[in-house]
Design a protein around this ligand. Structure first.
Ligand SMILES: *[C@@H]1O[C@H](CO)[C@@H](O)[C@H](O)[C@H]1NC(C)=O
Ligand SMILES: *[C@@H]1O[C@H](CO)[C@@H](O)[C@H](O)[C@H]1NC(C)=O
Ligand SMILES: *[C@@H]1O[C@H](CO)[C@@H](O)[C@H](O)[C@H]1NC(C)=O
Length: 301
């Protein structure tokens, strides 16, 4: 009898010890987890913006349960897209679902934070980018060009965040995952930039402003908000800032060696909140979730 109990206890310990080990993580893995959970905020934003834009439905319909009961996004809607753009954006939206799934397969995560992806939210970014209100207000959902310009705002922020996270990760499994996520984010950004680059000299109607000028202004705004130097570039740069200092066309944003820029979580929060990592707003009216984002909210409230 005693033997029996002992072997059961032994069996239980062998089963339970590995589980409790992976649950009670050390400092290194805790910071890895925090970094990956931080990324979840951006993946939720991308998933909802792309899914709604292409199909008129978001996570709650396309991948029920993945939002874990988080509030539905504000102002999300289907965009008026040509068939080609709609196809591309549908693929992006579904790719983001995969990203949410894989991140949640390695970290606990959290429900979808409240997102403001209304046309007013994007209009505000454009107004800030130009330093005065566009008339009529910019409508991200009105047509393919506008939607691509609004999309220009999104995966790039994730891309720079993944580059930034990579140097702070310890666990090889997490490093590989972040590199794999970065690959697709960078690909999405490149597709968006290419579609816009083809039309960079077109005027964005009804404004007297070209596609190129929109991207340059959005990138300058992000540099200003991030408040840590140049980490963002539009489709046209001064020649000195182009690849090898020899070309002004700038289909991909990169530093002097044409390697990707990197951003820290604080810089990203400033950009997606619209200015201050401690003051929720912009795309996240109640702030982003997870330890990293919440730590900035706590210090000042
Ligand atoms: C923490 O966990 C990581 C990844 O499992 C491991 O490489 C590292 O040695 C651990 N650090 C300590 C102090 O236990
Ligand atoms: C969404 O963003 C717009 C533009 O900033 C703002 O006017 C509106 O109040 C926001 N909605 C919520 C619920 O935060
Ligand atoms: C950010 O907001 C906090 C809280 O309102 C404030 O104390 C701080 O000065 C702000 N930072 C900047 C750079 O404006």
């Amino acid at each position: 009898m005693l033997n029996h109990i002992l072997s059961i206890v032994l069996l239980l310990t062998t089963i339970l010890i590995p589980i409790s080990f992976s649950a009670s993580t050390n400092e290194t893995t805790k910071s890895d987890i925090d970094l990956l959970e931080f990324a979840l905020n951006l993946e939720y934003l991308e998933a909802e913006f792309f899914l709604y834009g292409a199909t008129g439905n978001g996570l709650d319909v396309v991948a029920p349960g993945l939002a874990q009961g988080g509030p539905p996004p504000i102002g999300a809607r289907m965009a008026s897209l040509d068939p080609f753009t709609k196809d591309v954006i549908s693929q992006f939206g579904l790719q983001e679902i995969g990203h949410l799934r894989v991140i949640k397969s390695v970290v606990k995560g959290f429900p979808r934070p409240l997102l403001n992806i209304s046309k007013e939210s994007f209009a505000k970014v454009m107004d800030d980018a130009f330093g005065n209100p566009l008339r009529p207000p910019f409508d991200a959902y009105a047509n393919s060009i506008n939607y691509l310009l609004a999309s220009y705002i999104i995966p790039y922020v994730g891309l720079t965040g993944y580059v930034g996270a990579s140097s702070n990760l310890q666990d090889p499994t997490f490093k590989k995952l972040v590199a794999s996520l970065l690959g697709i984010e960078a690909g999405q950004d490149a597709v968006i930039r290419t579609l816009l680059y083809e039309r960079r000299k077109l005027r964005v109607l009804p404004y007297r402003i070209t596609v190129e000028e929109f991207t340059n202004r959005i990138s300058m705004l992000r540099n200003k908000l991030g408040n840590n130097g140049i980490k963002d570039e539009g489709l046209e740069v001064p020649i000195m800032q182009g690849a090898e200092g020899k070309i002004s066309g700038n289909i991909l944003a990169g530093d002097e060696y044409s390697t990707s820029y990197s951003r820290t979580p604080v810089e990203i929060l400033r950009i997606v909140y619209g200015g201050n990592e401690s003051v929720p707003g912009g795309f996240y009216p109640k702030g982003a979730d997870g330890n990293i984002a919440k730590s900035y909210l706590k210090t000042t409230t």
